[in-house]
Design a protein around this ligand. Structure first.
Ligand code: SAM
Length: 361
């Protein structure tokens, strides 16, 4: 799929494939695991710890930044830990810390330590731009972090600076080297946003990088979540197109099977078994039918879809003296109403007022 019309055809086809019947019951059951009205079991919670970021990636934030939330509006670590305990008691198994840039929040390892103590969590991970990792990787590992995704869109200093509006590629590379000294945080995954006209030039270099380092490199399709609203459907570079570029150089990729069914990435290795790459294709191959995720913004708003139009104010509940049972009920009710799908590429699609940095990607 190389042209604009081709991309449109991909999104149309993907949308047709997704339909589901809503459970006819009026509301959630008040016991058992967390499920939505389409029968999807929710296991994964993304927790944004700040809306602030030290990068200004063109696909996410304006050059001048955004109006940051006042500190008092942001959940404290104690509030985040309490919500996580309640969520884990009804089926959340995996937590990912994100932002904004999570490592700009002071003492993040303290939160990692608090969350490690929550019963029922099998995975505690972090999504970061990596710029502070050379200083923090070790304390994060000691606190109990087990997995990490580092965002990296270019391996060329000037191109990196063009995309992130920060000349910081060497710091990210130093951060990755620091992670290599922390064997309890594995695997090391690299995420690059795929944008037509920018990404193609380094696809082969990134594939070589994956083979050389053992990092798992994944490309994620550009989504309409940028604050500047520059996203256009023709800017999407699909996972299939990137895969074709890799295969033209290395020959056919070999699918890696046996992963978690709700895994967002299509995973591949090379014919000689050295190196892994992945494609996260939320636009051309939506995975809404397998979505097991909810998100909590830095100010405690629960979102049941990246593109949600409604949020549940858990901070208000927490700060009004609600019991754990009341918080659990609010979680169950919000999850029950989880959106069927995101509708990108369909006339029903509506942008959300929040950019990715204000949600927690
Ligand atoms: N600051 C951290 C980082 O850079 O990884 C965490 C937050 S960032 C919002 C999380 C992820 O969202 C990053 O991998 C980023 O590349 C991705 N992202 C941001 N805007 C996006 C967009 N419009 N489309 C697709 N991915 C996007």
């Amino acid at each position: 799929m190389t042209d604009t019309d081709g991309t449109r055809a991909v999104t149309r086809r993907a949308l047709r494939d997704l339909s589901a019947e809503r459970d006819p019951h009026e509301g959630p059951t008040l016991e058992g695991p967390l499920v939505d009205s389409y029968g999807r079991r929710i296991r994964n919670m993304r927790l944004s710890v700040t809306d602030r970021c030290n990068f200004r990636c063109v696909y996410c934030m304006p050059a001048e930044g955004l109006a940051w939330l006042p500190r008092a509006d942001i959940l404290t670590y104690e509030e985040i830990a309490r919500l996580t305990r309640v969520a884990a008691s009804i089926g959340i198994e995996q937590v990912r810390l994100t932002g904004g840039e999570p490592l700009v929040r002071r003492d993040l390892p303290d939160l990692v330590r608090m969350l490690r103590a929550v019963p029922g969590l099998s995975s505690l991970s972090l999504t970061t731009n990596g710029v502070a990792l050379s200083k923090m990787a070790r304390s994060l590992a000691e606190a109990g972090l087990t997995r990490i995704n580092v965002s990296l869109d270019s391996l060329v200093r000037e191109r990196f600076a063009q995309l992130t509006r920060r000349d910081a590629m060497e710091q990210v590379m130093a951060g990755l080297r620091a992670l290599e000294e922390c064997p309890t945080i594995r695997p090391i995954k690299i995420n690059a946003v795929a944008m037509r006209g920018f990404t193609e030039a380094e696809v082969v270099d990134f594939a070589q990088f994956a083979r050389r380092t053992g990092y798992i490199v994944r490309w994620i399709e550009f989504m309409p979540l940028d604050a500047d609203q520059i996203w256009r459907e023709e800017d999407i570079l699909t996972g299939a197109e990137i895969r074709a570029l890799i295969e033209a150089e290395f020959g056919p990729l070999v699918p890696v099977g046996g992963g978690d069914p709700s895994e967002t990435a299509r995973r591949y290795t090379f014919a000689d078994g050295v190196g892994e790459v992945g494609f996260i294709n939320p636009v051309s191959e939506p995975f809404c039918a397998q979505c097991d995720r909810i998100r909590l913004t830095a100010e405690g708003q629960l979102r049941t879809c990246l593109f949600a139009q409604v949020e549940t104010d858990l901070r208000a509940l927490l700060r009004s003296g609600a019991s754990d049972a009341e918080i659990e009920r609010a979680l169950r009710e919000a999850v029950w109403r989880k959106e069927l799908k995101h509708y990108i590429g369909d006339k029903r699609f509506q942008r959300t007022a929040r950019s990715m940095s204000m949600i927690g990607g």
